[in-house]
Design a protein around this ligand. Structure first.
Ligand SMILES: [Zn+2]
Length: 401
């Protein structure tokens, strides 16, 4: 057994801030120190582990717990994933890396997203390693890098388990549980995301003679009109998903112009289109482009970069059995635990590309993730770990009564 509060405090006190694509330096950034801690953790419990370099200072770390039945003889292989990185700490109203326990909560960056979920898994993992239940499947725990900015850690799993040189995975997992704050509900569906930069070109001129140029900023206004209409009208009329609702579109960034005395020769915006299960990510990208091109007043060329984020939605079409098994464990601890969908994406969007059924489950609420005073309920931390332990005793069972 590990002491969950102690382990979570350890993890919070090791900064692992995701630079989110910015060029940064300093010991608060990247996952390396946390990965080193996890390596020692697995090693001290006598579990085989391996690191996979995803990017400089960013490794996935895997550890294996052998099941009662060998995978060669039909034993299951279950993957548990939790991500190591956190969002930045600007504007936080609590010390981000000095974990504080108060009124049944633990405060600190990552307490909820995602170190709490990681500790719930680690706690169950070590308990299973010690008790060795008779029907336990083989469980591989991965603490993944870079979830928050493109999920490149999870995108690299497949390459790892297909590699001949690794000795952690006996084969492709039969199912995966992704730790994220779900309030002990079982998430079977979530939206995907496609994000890209779109640019209007213009012609530069002196601002005293604007008629001899073409303002890229004025042109972008028409594109923004088109996109506002797309978000408010088109998205609402598209077919919805019973657990995820409607698709959405947001424009989160804009930049343009070279100076106040120059007619802008370029303007760019970053688009974020959330993709429903059942929608195709590349078709959605094209749908938005077509909408812009056909919009009244757009008689100039609008340039679209290829997507810089491309995350598949999680569909509830093939994970029902996994979800039922986990829900029946969850209901014993939290009777009103439900099957739900979420608007936000997770590593599941990458793992399902290998046809591994995935669900998302963990302690805490997404409302507390990324916040100025991020916290996690200790009660939920313990309950989540207990539920994962109960699930890990049997893995996928035929009847989940
Ligand atoms: Zn997360």
């Amino acid at each position: 057994m590990i002491e969950l509060e102690k382990t979570l405090s350890d993890l919070i006190s090791i900064p692992s801030v995701n630079p989110m694509g910015q060029s940064v330096s300093g010991s608060n950034y990247y996952e390396t120190e946390l990965t080193n801690y996890l390596q020692n953790f697995f090693e001290s419990h006598g579990l085989p582990w391996a690191r996979q370099a995803v990017a400089p200072q960013r490794d996935n770390i895997f550890a294996r717990l052998d099941g009662a039945v060998s995978p060669d003889n039909g034993g299951q292989v279950i993957l548990w994933d939790a991500h190591q990185d956190t969002v930045q700490v600007d504007g936080m109203t609590i010390p981000p890396w000095t974990p504080t326990i108060k009124d049944g909560r633990i405060y600190g960056r990552g307490s909820c997203d995602d170190k709490g979920g990681m500790v719930a898994m680690l706690g169950a993992f070590i308990r299973l390693a010690e008790k060795r239940p008779a029907k336990m499947p083989t469980i591989i725990m991965v603490c993944s890098a870079n979830e928050e900015f493109g999920a490149t850690g999870a995108a690299a799993f497949e390459e790892f388990w297909n590699s001949n040189s690794q000795t952690i995975f006996p084969r492709v997992p039969d199912a995966a549980i992704i730790a994220e704050p779900t309030g002990l509900d079982v998430v079977t569906a979530h939206k995907g995301t496609v994000r890209w930069w779109c640019r209007t070109p213009g012609v530069a001129a002196h601002s005293s003679q604007p008629d001899s140029g073409k303002s890229a900023i004025f042109r972008m206004r028409h594109v923004l009109d088109a996109l506002e209409k797309y978000g408010s009208e088109v998205c609402r009329k598209l077919p919805g998903h019973p657990l995820c609702g409607q698709p959405t579109l947001s424009v989160g960034m804009i930049k343009g112009g070279r100076g106040i005395n120059t007619v802008a020769d370029e303007c760019s915006i970053a688009l974020d289109r959330r993709v429903l299960p059942g929608e195709e990510v590349d078709a959605v990208y094209q749908q938005v482009i077509d909408h812009i091109n056909n919009y009244p007043g757009i008689d100039f060329e609008v340039e679209h970069e290829p997507p810089f984020t491309f995350m598949q939605p999680l569909s509830d079409e093939s994970n029902g059995h996994l979800a039922d098994c986990l829900k029946s464990c969850s209901r014993k601890i939290k009777p009103d635990s439900k099957i739900v969908g979420t608007p936000y994406g997770t590593n599941a969007g990458k793992i399902i590309q290998s046809n591994v059924p995935c669900v998302v489950f963990g302690p805490g609420s997404i409302e507390q993730a990324h916040t100025r005073d991020e916290w996690l309920s200790l009660d939920e931390l313990h309950k989540a770990s207990e539920i994962l332990y109960q699930f890990g005793k049997n893995g996928l069972v035929d009847s989940s009564g």
